[in-house]
Design a protein. Sequence first.
Length: 245
Amino acid sequence: MRAALTALADATRELRAGDRERRLVVSMLTSFAARWVTPRIGSFIEAHPQWDLELLSTNLLTDFARDDVDAAIRFGFGKYPGLHAELLLEEIFFPACAPNFNGGNLPKVPADLAKVPLLRSDDELWRPWFDAAGLTEWPEPKRGVLYQDSSNLLQAAIDGQGVALTRRSLAMPEVASGRLVRLFDVDGPSPWQYYFICTPQSLQTERVRAFRDWVFDEAGRFKLLFDRACSAGPQSATDALRVTP
């Protein structure tokens, strides 16, 4: 049985190696893959049918010297020695909840958050947003469920479990669809941003350059729609986000 499994593994590696030039492997956070990339990726696949795209959804850091990955989108500080790194998308945080949360009686001012459950995750810390909202004496919440994945945090808010501090990149489509309501007009700073990462060598390949151009084009479109929604005001934000440039 051991010999059979070894032979199967060897055959799989040989098959994948033979198709390697047709494969494009991109690593990214699970939440970003699910909420931002997946709804958009169809246009890339349609434009480039010659490559077999693999979206590697993982919260583990890619090691380009070890992992079979062409490129990555990382949520971090942007310091990646020896790698090609470009700022892809700046992130901000804001509170959001379901429109029917608390029977539809939603918080009106930031101080009202003292009366409702605040959903937590390791990536979305409330403390910087409290400062931006003038709640400088409020400590970081330490009670309640702690979500390890931002996509699960977002789903908990959609399900009416409380108010979540959400990322713009993940939450705006849900706000546009009406499944979430953005509370207040206060943005919290993010210490992390999204970066497009690859090795200098892989950037020379046609498939990586094509994905790089596509994802930056999508990021530019997303920022344009977000700015349009902000300038439209709260009554027209949903319609603005649904309009393509």
